[in-house]
Design a protein. Structure first.
Length: 117
């Protein structure tokens, strides 16, 4: 099997533009109006405030399990309307072998708002 090809090389300055920051989930609820199964998630990003998003993470997590979990979010995407809900950040994760999202999380707790470096 051939090695996968990296799509494009970026410069360090490009990476520095992405606001990848740690937040702690403080609220999660079912998102009934979403086209695909999803949750509404609120996360505390420290000095950046509490932000909300829609996340298709229902296969591996319950709303209760998400509470208190630290996650990594992209804070500087434009807000996006999803049904009747405004998403303010992108919750990051990886697809498992079935295409279900596994959250990208720090292994050890760090201060909310910390930037990925």
């Amino acid at each position: 099997m051939a090695n996968p090809v990296i799509k494009e090389t970026i410069h360090w300055q490009d990476f520095e533009k992405v606001e990848l920051r740690v937040g702690t989930i403080i609220r999660a609820e079912e998102f009934a109006k979403a086209k695909k199964p999803a949750y509404k998630v609120w996360a505390d990003f420290g000095e950046y405030g509490i932000k909300k998003t829609s996340a298709q993470i229902t296969q591996h997590y319950t709303c209760q399990e998400l509470l208190g979990q630290q996650i990594i979010g992209v804070l500087n995407f434009e807000p996006r309307q999803i049904a009747d809900f405004m998403s303010e950040f992108l919750l990051t994760g990886f697809a498992d072998e079935n295409g279900y999202i596994v959250l990208n999380q720090p292994k050890i707790k760090v201060p909310n708002g910390s930037k990925l470096i």
